[in-house]
Write a protein that binds this ligand. Structure first.
Ligand code: R5P
Length: 290
């Protein structure tokens, strides 16, 4: 196979290459002063099975466009098969028309990946499973569930009466799987979004958290609003330690600062999105990237 790294996933691609025992293939990515992106492969991929790894976190449009251009470059060089590996798929929250006169941008992103020339896609913990149906090419949606659960098992002996908490009712079903896997009861925080999607407000807790260690699980942290509200309401209701578990560390704006100042014992996440060193430093030992 031929493995290529998009500029947003260099470290992850190196890890994958090491794991598979294959090299990362050379390519140039140039961003011109007018922000146009240019890609050139260092060697031919004619007849090869190619994988390009590129997460589509911020800067979203630059990273997405680079992915599309890399796919097209491989296609035009006669690759036999191209798999787009997109650990974090952008626009996954725009997955339906939930009000009149709005787009379904996740569908548009899927279309663009196909039009660019991908034969397959691989992604991780999609925000909404139905996004798979937006692609007509086959794909694999992987999950970090097992890795996260294994880690939770390893720290469970030091937890006191753990309870699994979801701060987003949309994640409640998946939360139930976490609860079953670590053999813990569940609690839910009912959250209502205010006005636009970038603002969240936690309202009430359904379930018992008093005197218990809380494992607060979600698929992604974007602005951190949901989790800040969640931790506050958990603490107001007598929670002991809080462990925060999330697959995608999107960490927009000042989310890292907001989260790091919370009374949270550990922040447990994955490397689907690279966290800049200055943001990592805010968490110190409390951040576990699995
Ligand atoms: C919501 O649908 C997701 O599961 C997360 O709760 C949400 O993306 C978190 O966003 P934020 O960090 O901006 O509150």
């Amino acid at each position: 196979i031929k493995l290529y790294a998009g500029s947003a996933s260099i470290e992850l691609t190196n890890k994958v290459a090491e794991y598979l025992g294959v090299p990362v293939n050379g390519r140039d990515v140039v961003v011109f002063p007018n922000e146009n992106i240019f890609v050139k492969l260092h060697s031919s991929v004619r007849g090869q099975d190619c994988y390009v790894i590129q997460t589509t976190s911020a800067p979203v449009h630059r990273n997405l466009m680079e992915l599309l251009i890399m796919i097209q470059t491989l296609r035009l060089d006669s690759a036999a098969r191209i798999t787009a590996v997109i650990p974090y798929l952008c626009y996954a929250r725009s997955d339906k028309k939930d009000q009149p006169r709005v787009p379904i941008t996740a569908r548009l992103v899927a279309d663009m990946i196909e039009v660019a020339g991908a034969d397959r896609y691989i992604t991780l913990d999609l925000h909404a499973g139905q996004i798979q149906g937006f692609f007509t090419i086959p794909g694999d949606v992987l999950t970090a569930f097992h890795i996260l659960v294994d880690y939770l098992h390893s720290i469970k002996p030091r937890m006191h009466s753990p309870v699994l908490v979801t701060a987003d009712l949309g994640f409640a079903k998946k939360g139930r799987n976490f609860a079953a896997a670590i053999d813990a009861p569940m609690a839910f925080i009912e959250k209502r979004r205010v006005a636009n999607d970038a603002k969240a407000r936690a309202l009430t807790i359904i379930g018992d958290v008093n005197g218990r260690d809380c494992v607060l699980v979600d698929d992604e942290i974007d602005t951190g609003g949901t989790m800040v509200e969640a931790v506050n309401i958990l603490k107001e209701n007598g929670a002991r330690n809080v462990y925060m578990v999330f697959v995608h560390p999107v960490f927009s704006a000042n989310a890292a600062q907001r989260l790091a100042s919370l009374p949270v014992t550990e922040f447990i996440t994955t490397d689907s999105i690279p966290i800049p060193p200055e943001k990592k430093a805010l968490f110190g030992e409390r951040l576990k990237i699995l």
